[in-house]
Design a protein around this ligand. Structure first.
Ligand code: SF4
Length: 464
């Protein structure tokens, strides 16, 4: 970071980017990542967030992450959540169990569910359609944000639908491309008709092929992942974009990943698709309890460059570079500068902790995500934090903003600018100290881990 700042500003045209009059190229993004002082990068990202969202309000949502099954046909090396059918702790929730969870969500003012599972090849089409329509009928006010692209790819493989072939689990790529696309389109439309409102961005992880083949065996390829979302946009389903970083990838891989989203969003906007990406959320990989976590870790103090930066290095793909707080903040700030066509950048307090999550609001994030009602995926990999509505509002206000509850489409439902705000009702914060809400679990993390929403069973607030 020894390059004079004016030189960096000039060659990246950053002030034009901040003003929304130019775009960063890949090389400029790399230059900024490596050479911008951390707080300058945060200031630039904040200026973009202020241009898009104004300077006063930062948002959160109340939803519930419901992992309907942990049975999965894939073998992701970063996952501690999946089980094989027949394992003693394998489960699949039925509609009644899911309805009970929604009742609990409504009791705390929630507005949406994030429904994701492993890729369970044994569940038939009616499981999904009846579940969706039962939720839509019983809870018409609840937004159903459900089934990530890898699940849809598996649906194409295994769901028995008249007029379409099936394949073995994980083998949808063996279908002719035209049939694959038609079956996907049919499933998306059927699910939408049954009640699906939008699609979460789980399972993107890292698009770079040399990384993806090492971390996500048996699940959606990059092209399949992006195709599911593009087809969803065409029929009016909006989606979110995600990235899990801080493992095998280079910084260039992260930037390429984000640029694929920027390109896909350009297409959605230029073609006037009725759906698009609403948000981008990136979070660092959590290594505990995962096979990938057994790899040796790169020492950032080392004089040696990280092998993941060099495809020809013998240790490329065999050594982890975990992301700490500053790497996380730098990456998130860069995402705000790069993704000029995506409305919201979400903070990842679930993995980074409430205070870094709060700090992320000064690095381009405009949204604190969800209160934590339930989270089974990241917690499986060791680290989760839980926040209730009072605390999430407190963190936003303490960072200098007015907290506002939003819906899935980022419409503001309530702005907490009066003394009736949830955080301003708390008389005794000693019963709600954040440290009492930290969880270090021995439980199993997954693809379908999402920082978009987080469950009341995990909400263990002292005194409540
Ligand atoms: S990350 Fe998701 S797709 Fe991969 S093994 Fe785990 S549950 Fe399955």
């Amino acid at each position: 970071m020894s390059i004079p700042l004016p030189d960096l500003e000039e060659r990246t045209g950053i002030h034009q980017v901040i003003a929304g009059k130019a775009r960063l190229s890949k090389q400029q993004a790399l230059d900024i990542f490596h050479n911008a002082p951390l707080f300058t990068l945060g200031k630039w990202a904040t200026q973009v967030a202020n241009r898009i969202h104004g300077e006063k309000i930062r948002t959160y949502v109340i939803d519930r992450n419901i992992n309907y099954t942990n049975v999965c046909s894939a073998t992701c090396t970063f996952c501690a959540f999946k089980r094989k059918a027949g394992d003693h702790d394998a489960y699949t929730l039925d509609a009644e169990q899911i309805h009970q969870k929604i009742d609990q969500l409504l009791a705390i003012g929630g507005t949406q569910i994030l429904l994701q599972g492993g890729m369970n090849p044994q569940l038939p089409l009616p499981y999904y359609t009846q579940l969706l329509s039962s939720i839509q009928t019983k809870y018409p006010q609840v937004h159903i944000h459900a089934f990530s692209p890898p699940e849809f790819v598996e649906f194409v493989a295994v769901l028995d639908i008249p007029g379409f072939p099936t394949t073995a689990a994980g083998k949808s790529h063996t279908l002719p491309e035209e049939i694959w696309l038609k079956k996907l389109d049919h499933i998306l439309k059927t699910f939408k008709e049954a009640g699906l409102n939008s699609i979460p961005g789980g399972g993107a992880e890292m698009f770079a092929q040399h990384v993806r083949k090492r971390i996500g065996q048996g699940k959606a390829t990059t092209e399949q992942w992006l195709t599911v979302m593009s087809q969803a946009h065409k029929i009016g389903l909006s989606t979110s974009a995600t990235m899990m970083f801080g493992h095998l990838e280079s910084i260039e891989d992260r930037i390429d990943h984000m640029l694929l989203f920027r390109d896909a969003q350009d297409t959605a906007l230029q073609q006037h698709y009725p759906g698009k990406y609403h948000a981008f959320i990136a979070w660092p990989y959590q290594p505990e309890n995962t096979p990938l976590g057994k790899l040796p870790q790169y020492d950032p103090e080392s004089d040696e460059p990280f092998p993941g930066e060099n495809l020809d290095h013998p240790l490329n793909g065999k050594m982890l570079r975990l992301a700490g707080a500053t790497d996380y903040l730098r990456t998130q700030a860069l995402s705000r500068l790069l993704l000029d066509n995506i409305h919201s950048i979400g903070s990842s307090w679930v993995t980074m902790g409430p205070h870094i999550g709060q700090t992320a609001l000064a690095f381009g994030a405009s949204d604190m995500g969800s209160v934590m009602m339930e989270e089974n995926v990241v917690s499986s990999a060791g680290t989760t934090y839980a926040l209730n509505e009072q605390l999430i509002c407190h963190l936003i206000r303490d960072a200098g903003f007015i907290p506002a509850q939003r819906d899935n489409d980022y419409n503001i439902l309530q702005t907490h600018d009066t003394d009736r705000a949830p955080d301003l009702q708390v008389k005794d914060w000693s019963t709600m100290r954040i440290k009492a809400l930290h969880h270090q679990t021995d439980a199993p993390s997954s693809c379908h881990e999402s920082q978009e929403a987080v469950e009341p069973t995990a909400l263990t607030i002292e005194g409540q």
